[in-house]
Write a protein that binds this ligand. Sequence first.
Ligand SMILES: [Zn+2]
Length: 607
Amino acid sequence: MTTNEILPRWDNTTEYPSFTSKEWTADIDAVKAAITKITANMKNFAPQLTNPQEPLPPHALEGMQETLFISSEAMLLLYNLSSYASFEFSLDSKNVEAEKMYSYLYKDMFSQFEIAMTPLNLFLSKTSDENFAQFFKAEKIKDYSFHYSRSRMKKDHLLSEKEEEIMSTLRKDGHTSWGNLYSSISSSARVKINHPSYPEPTSIAVAFGNTQGSDEALRKASWEGIQNTWKEHQQTAAAIVNALAGWRHDVNNLRSTPTKKLDFLDEPLHSNRIKAETLQAMIDACSDYRPKIQAAAKTMAKYYGKKQLDPWDLVAPAPIKSETGLTFKESFKQVKDAFTHMDPTFGEFAQMMLDKNWIDMSIRPNKRNGAYCGGFSKSRSPRVFMTFSGSSQNTSTLAHELGHAYHNWVMRDMTKISTMYTMSLAETASIFAEQTLFDYQISTAKSKDEVLDVYWSIAEGAVSLLLNIPTRFEYEKNFYEKRKAGYVNPDELTGLMNDAYTKWYGDSLSQPDPMFWATKLHFSMSGLSFYNFPYTFGYLFSLSLYARKDEWGKDFSAKYTAILRDTGMMTAEDLVQKHLGEDITDKKFWMKALDTVAVKLEEFNKL
Ligand SMILES: [Zn+2]
């Protein structure tokens, strides 16, 4: 990479010139006015809202439809405002104004909005089928029907209004606090790394960063340091996961009815809009392919001069000579050419993102780490956030994020609510874009190292999504089962984790990652459980679309776009049935996708 290259920067002034601009103030005021109006309407229609089974008189019907419409407009503004605040904060983590506004929007505005909408949301969950059907006949809100019909599926599990209120009040200092406790330990704990470059203890984040580096001695020492740190905190870490799981079991028991008992997977499946049979079919298929993925892990080990991978190698880079590095221009060109090769409109889209200043790759002193794709909901324009490094990994991240941006772009004329896809389908376009880049890079590689570098990314992705994610799922499922019988102590948690590693990695790994139940944030989040299987789902689903590209030929672009446009309005089962005519509750669907991975891994093993 050249030091004086001008890197692309965002121009977000088209949305708001600043936090003090009249445009910003106008949108804030509009949201406040909408909340006031919604609250007043809820009072006016209280008699109907509290008797959801009664037929709706016309004036109440129209008034409530209008209220939902007002809320949809306000929501659009709220998203727009918070995008701007979070983008400004990402560019400069010391921007106090941005931080203040972001927290104001999240802590005050969003929660006021939600409280104002609660009576209508409850009404739409509980009302009769006749009222529901009549309600969504109105053109300007009809797109909300799918969203609310999903909430209605849970209506038998709602408690009384008073009980729901008590539960959300207790949640703040109960359930949510456990997740916060985890975050505060992981940001304040110190790691002692037994390596000359670390005479003083450092943070967990720095130690984890070292495990992604090319220096094996440092990787090992950092991994061991993280293990030791969490071992010191293992009683607290165990208390956190036990409390979170125990709370979820209790809530499920309270919400269970004599005819339908709720279990720990119901909520994660519901929020990902997939069926239990689908998840089972996918996991079973992955299980059958374990030997093939393990073989690739062993090939990776060979490149490190080992028989088996060590747990500190799992996120390590390809062991090739230090890269010469790319300029941004070269990196962007690779992505654009790969996209154009797939479909000219993809390439044009990438160029438009650059020309419109919707990509930020700049290097700034207080810029946040990481990469993401976001967007403005008023102008429906996507934004890609990254920091340029010149590595080949950086190029594939650019393709990945531009894939997300494309997904949002093809839905720009749709109502916001119908574009809200779940995590299981969120990675469809990003992984598709990555695969597009990989295939193009392989076909145009100029050296053996370049080829190896691409295959390494493919193999590492497969090991991560087809062995590591299933390991996490296996552990978490077994832990939730065991938690039903009572407290699970740190030794037992370690035992469950070790068993899961052994089952999925077999002999491709020298030893399990025993403290992973504590070191991995995802097991200790209060907002979500089972933050794992949707990754594998998205990966395999995207690969199964990718495998169709030749078969679709000249219809490819139209078909692909049509699928992306439906991701926010359908369950995954219905989406695949409609567009591919296939049944994802059948293991065979997943095996076809896994076959495409196996072919690539076979190439990698042969290199
Ligand atoms: Zn992504």
